[in-house]
Design a protein around this ligand. Structure first.
Ligand code: COI
Length: 356
């Protein structure tokens, strides 16, 4: 047992699956590492941390999280530096966002010691699962949900927090084509759009399926009120380069406060690019496209890092972006982020947290 504020009980696997895992074939979210972390909240407090073999767990079908969606998650990544050390990228930002989501979904706060000490103990144990090929990482999926066996509609009294790990390659293997979506919306002001709530993703599925059926990888979400302002692209934040300005929708409660989004803004500002967080309308994109000023468009997220957008379809207009190899800013951003994560570039923002 590891002694921290929350005791960590470790039950190791009898046989690791590591040697049977083909690291040249790690599609997103399909292969899980040997161990997972579990901690429960009951009687008004968090219990010990259990790190145990990754396996299905018995559960009640009356869990209120299943019925009423009191369920949130996070997405983070661990990397290996050139010297072979395991590092986390901005874990405190994910920790703080998890608790903002918890607050919005009326769930108890997760203590920092439980989150950070548990996470570090898990990553230390699973260090060899961190892939080292370019663009690959160990994806970390904290998930937190209600476990009361009760069908009344109220905030649960009991919860489970768990962390799963997946070695992953790039989320998108090609530049994405996206469809301006006006029929469905992802979020409204006063709703849960800025929380990483499971229900936000459930609400996006039908729009995504319809976009897929029309030949697009994903949708470009519009604001709920006017359906004219850009919010997100699929499950990513979205950026455009218009002329020489890097533009992204401002956070207005309906948009996820992406850690990669914030990293991109900090890198651009440090490098002296003009940056605007504001209202970005489809009209403005169309105007920039017709004037030849729409130079770049990309999604940002933990899973995708920087996902170049090849085409934005709005009604009959297909806005085709310049070839990816010609895009100065998004290519530079990807190199900067990957360089900082693997230790090749200086961590001047204090984003890297060693695990050992
Ligand atoms: C992430 O980028 O980590 C996400 O949460 C997006 C998606 C895989 C749900």
């Amino acid at each position: 047992m590891v002694h921290t504020t929350y005791p960590v009980h470790i039950q190791s696997v009898a046989h690791s699956r590591l040697s049977e895992t083909d690291f040249s074939d790690i599609p997103f979210g399909k292969k899980f590492s040997d161990h997972m972390l579990v901690a429960d909240f009951q009687d008004g407090k968090w219990g010990d941390i259990y790190i145990q073999p990754y396996a299905p767990v018995p559960m009640s079908l009356a869990f209120s999280g299943l019925h009423y969606g009191q369920s949130i998650f996070e997405g983070m990544k661990a990397y290996r530096t050139g010297e072979g050390n395991a590092v986390l990228f901005r874990p405190m930002d994910n920790f703080r966002r998890l608790n903002r989501s918890a607050q919005r979904l009326c769930m108890p706060e997760i203590p920092e010691a439980l989150f950070m000490d548990g996470l570090k103990a898990l990553i230390r144990l699973e260090k060899d699962w961190i892939p080292t090929s370019p663009g690959a990482a160990l994806y970390i999926r904290p998930v937190y949900f209600a476990t009361d066996e009760f069908l009344g509609v109220r905030a649960s009294d009991t919860y489970r927090f768990a962390v799963l790990l997946c070695p992953v390659g790039p989320y998108y293997t090609e530049p994405v084509n996206i469809l301006v979506m006006k029929k469905y919306v992802r979020a409204f002001e006063g709703g849960t759009g800025s929380a990483k709530a499971a229900g936000n993703y459930a609400a996006s599925m039908l729009a995504t399926r319809e976009a897929n059926q029309a030949g697009f990888h994903n949708v470009l979400w519009m604001d709920g009120k006017t359906r004219t302002l850009v919010e997100e692209s699929g499950a990513m934040n979205v950026f455009f380069v218009i002329g020489d300005t890097v533009v992204t929708p401002r956070l207005r409660g309906t948009i996820l406060e992406g850690v990669t989004r914030d990293s991109v803004l900090q890198l651009c500002r440090e490098n002296g690019y003009k940056v605007e967080e504001g209202d970005v309308s489809v009209d403005e994109l169309e105007k920039a496209f017709h004037n030849g000023e729409l130079k770049d468009a990309f999604g940002t997220g933990t899973a995708a890092t920087i996902a170049p957008i090849a085409k934005i379809q709005h009604e009959d207009l297909a806005m085709t972006l310049p070839p990816v190899q010609e895009r100065k800013i998004s290519n530079w951003l990807l190199q900067e982020l990957n360089g900082i994560r693997t230790g090749e570039k200086a961590d001047r923002f204090g984003w890297i947290v060693p695990v050992e």
